[in-house]
Ligand binder design. Structure first.
Ligand code: FES
Length: 108
């Protein structure tokens, strides 16, 4: 089993046995809004997540993520939720300021 915890959404927690889905799919399947302006194709960075713990449990970076990292649009503690898979363990993330929705209430 893997677990995703979203700190600034009230520590919402997602638990699943499925390690083949992208992180954003697991979030959406649990009825949590998460920005994805390019339709989850790795072209926009609006789905980026700040990694607070568990970065080592994510799948290797994709070419799209490496490209955005070269362009300094992804920091060392950020991944694209539409590209990364959680392979084991627990991942703690937060929604970056730039990707917050106006209709949601974010916690600290
Ligand atoms: S949704 Fe656009 S990069 Fe992930």
């Amino acid at each position: 089993m893997v677990r995703i915890r979203i700190q600034n959404l009230g520590n919402r927690s997602i638990e699943t046995e499925n390690t083949e889905r992208k992180v954003i799919e697991l979030i959406h399947e649990n009825r949590i809004d998460w920005m994805h302006a390019c339709g989850k194709k790795g072209r926009c960075t609006t789905c980026k997540m700040h990694i607070l713990a568990g970065q080592e449990y994510l799948s290797p970076e994709t070419p799209q993520e490496l490209q955005f990292r070269d362009l300094k649009r992804l920091l060392s503690n950020e991944r694209l939720a539409c590209q990364a898979q959680l392979l084991q363990g627990e991942l703690t993330i937060s929604v970056p300021e730039s990707s917050k929705f106006p209709h949601l209430t974010y916690t600290e």
